[in-house]
Write a protein that binds this ligand. Structure first.
Ligand SMILES: *Cc1c(COP(=O)(O)O)cnc(C)c1O
Length: 441
């Protein structure tokens, strides 16, 4: 009853004061009784060492990747300052969506698309570029699929003065020329992947000149360039422990904002590609669940075109197609998986965050897969009610939210509070929306 009173006087958007902003990231692994399995060196099948990892990643990145005991990792002051340009991200009550679907569920979304990258990716590009700069690194390489990660990294590299080479999955490169142009505007070199720049790219082009490419292939190319150049490091925008750590700002801000009004969510939902936005949103809540302090339903919404959780295998696999990366124990479709070219909904990565994989295997989180037609239908309902055009990826979470909320029609009095991450905007995904509007999805 108390909770309902709080909800009545709620503003549409909940803001945080500067003093309420997170000063440290939350490392969920520190609270897990059974930790994710370690990354393995494929040559020896032994756990990778700090020295091995720091050949690919920055030293601080390698350290964070291996740290499964420190609960709170301080956010460097420069990173806090860079965050302040676009954080706190808005936490919004989806009153109009609730009306549109006729539910008594109370729905909140954390909107991460309010920056030029259009997504949550900037939360991790800033610290990753900051650590590289501190370590005297001159150039970074990375892969990008839909383009949000490449854009976020291009912005951070421009601001901190590092060079950047982006290997962009060919089908996205060709379908999203504007994304490519944003990255170039921020000074990045962008190559369609597979490219002629690397051995792994040339090999695949020779076998299959018309390949649409994949994230796995683009990762191989980016890692190859980093391994071959001592002043160059590779950075990754999802899947890794360090990325999920940085994305915990999403969950920490959401939790503080809701607590200001005495609200505890019952169901927490995010879309899952490699698992960083949903993992970051869930992290502080999952911590309470693991410590036995409070129960939540935690749901990862994935694409049925790349259903790593719901149809993949839990095993050690490569993170890339060319087998140049360490092996991770995760839910995976297989390192050589290439999703259908007809797929427009994002979330194409073959594997899943090892931390979330472990939680899923232990039954602490749930996962559901959604068809792209149903995802775009949900996005259209959201756009027309809340007035924000969601990224196709985010639509998987919206679909899950609508399906859960619909179980509670307007007259039910046990309706849950649902919190979800609106991971980004769909401004650059109009080819996908066009297909949906033409009835071709
Ligand atoms: C990259 C991206 C995703 C998927 O990545 P995760 O690591 O699973 O969060 C989801 N939504 C948007 C808008 C993205 O840019």
């Amino acid at each position: 009853m108390k909770e309902k009173d709080c909800l009545k006087n709620l503003p549409k958007k909940i803001y945080l004061e500067e003093s309420e902003m997170p000063k440290a990231w939350y490392n969920l692994r520190a609270d897990m009784a059974k930790k994710p399995e370690p990354l393995l060196n494929p040559a020896t099948m032994e756990p990778v060492t700090f020295e091995e990892l720091s050949q690919i990643f920055t030293k601080e990145g390698a350290k964070q990747e291996l740290d499964d005991t420190t609960r709170l990792i301080p956010i460097p002051e420069e990173v806090q300052k860079a965050y302040a340009a676009f954080r706190p991200s808005p936490l919004v009550r989806a009153t109009e969506l609730e009306k549109a679907i006729g539910t008594s569920a109370k729905i909140f979304y954390k909107f991460e698309g309010n920056n030029t990258s259009g997504s949550h990716k900037l939360n991790s590009s800033i610290p990753q570029v900051y650590y590289a700069k501190e370590e005297g690194i001159k150039r970074l390489t990375t892969e990008t699929g839909a383009g949000q990660w490449g854009t976020a990294l291009a912005i951070s590299c421009a601001q901190m003065g590092l060079d950047l080479s982006v290997f962009m999955v060919r089908c996205s490169h060709d379908q999203k020329p504007f994304r490519r142009e944003i990255m170039r505007t921020f000074g990045a070199n962008v190559f369609a992947s597979p490219s002629e720049e690397t051995n792994s790219g040339r090999k695949i082009l020779k076998e299959d000149p018309d390949t649409p490419g994949s994230l796995g292939v683009a990762i191989s190319e980016a890692v190859e360039v980093a391994m071959g150049n001592p002043d160059t490091k590779y950075v990754l925008g999802s899947v890794l422990n360090q990325v999920m750590l940085h994305q915990s700002v999403i969950g920490l801000e959401s939790k503080t904002a809701l607590e200001k009004y005495g609200i505890k969510p019952d169901i927490i939902i995010g879309c899952a590609g490699g698992g960083s936005n949903v993992g970051g949103l869930m992290a502080p809540f999952a911590g309470e669940k693991i410590r036995g302090e409070h129960d939540y339903r935690l749901i990862a919404a994935e694409s049925s075109s790349c259903p790593s959780f719901t149809n993949g295998e839990f095993k050690y696999d490569y993170c890339d197609t060319g087998k140049v990366t360490p092996m991770a124990k995760m839910y995976t479709m297989g390192y050589d998986f290439i999703p259908s070219a007809n797929h427009a909904g994002g979330l194409r990565y073959h594997g899943m965050s090892p931390t979330l994989s472990e939680l899923y295997n232990q039954g602490i989180i749930e996962a559901h897969a959604y068809e792209q037609h149903d995802v775009f239908e949900a996005n259209t309902i959201f756009a027309r009610s809340e007035g924000i055009l969601p990224a196709p990826e985010s639509g998987h979470a919206i679909r899950a939210v609508i399906d859960e909320a619909k179980k509670y029609p307007s007259d039910s009095d046990d309706a849950p509070v649902i919190l979800f991450c609106l991971s980004g905007t769909g401004q650059f995904d109009m080819m996908a929306y066009e297909k949906y509007n033409k009835g071709e999805l």
